[in-house]
Design a protein around this ligand. Structure first.
Ligand code: TYD
Length: 215
């Protein structure tokens, strides 16, 4: 078993695009801060050098092979683990992370790479305490992207591709994964999120002691 080390909590938000996970991450962050918990919100791809290269993939995905694309996500995650996730966990923070290695398994898996192998390639990354997996019919999430955000779909968001992504997400089973029905209202989904997080925070290692800034 992987050594979890002395730690805070790592709560990961996963799901296909348009399921509302980023909105819910913000809501949970404010809620926990109000309760006095030391919260750090972060996301992948990060804003680091690899993360910036990854964002270029949105514009021209064909510049990299799928293997090179996977390498970029892994490199970005190594940097994230080293610079932020590990230090914050050691400081007892509650990290809310928008996407993590389940996205790599699902998205790069949807390109034809093996999702299980991808999960193994991420063994350097700390295992989350909780994964909130947002699930909604693709028609709902697509509408949120194109109507709600006023965006057009990028390379990662094409329907056929996202069906594969959703199928891989659905096939991943871990004891710490909670499936969130993301098709309802923001408030309905928020309640499911809070209900899923509450048992985790009554554990003794997550004692509230006010917010602080992470390196
Ligand atoms: P997203 O959370 O949508 O970021 P933004 O709000 O900046 O657009 O993530 C960007 C895309 O990256 C998303 O469609 C999923 C994809 N992705 C992968 O393909 N593999 C990964 O490992 C991660 C973390 C994200």
């Amino acid at each position: 078993m992987k050594d979890k080390g002395p730690r805070g909590k790592l709560i990961v938000f996963e799901g296909t695009d348009g399921t509302g996970k980023s909105t819910q991450l913000k809501l949970l962050g404010s809620y926990l801060e109000k309760q006095g918990y030391p919260v750090v919100a972060t996301r992948e791809p990060t804003n680091g050098s690899y993360g910036r290269q990854i964002r270029n993939l949105y514009v021209n995905r064909h510049q990299y092979s799928r293997e090179e694309e996977l390498e970029l996500f892994l490199a970005d995650r190594r940097e994230h683990v080293h610079n932020l996730l590990q230090p914050c966990l050691q400081q007892g923070k509650i990290i809310l992370c928008d996407r993590y290695y389940f996205s790599t398994a699902a998205y790069q898996g949807a390109l034809g790479l093996n999702p299980e192998t991808i999960l193994e390639q991420n063994s350097f990354a700390p295992e989350p305490d909780l994964v909130l997996l947002f699930q909604a019919p693709l028609e709902v999430s697509m509408k949120r992207i194109t109507c709600g955000r006023g965006d057009t779909l990028n390379n990662f968001e094409q329907l056929e591709f996202l069906e594969k992504v959703a199928a891989i997400f659905a096939s991943i089973h871990r004891p710490y994964i909670r499936r969130i029905d993301a098709s309802g209202s923001i408030e309905t989904v928020r309640r499911q999120v809070v209900d899923s997080v509450t048992p985790l925070l009554s554990l003794p290692s997550a004692v509230p002691y006010g917010m602080s800034i992470c390196p």
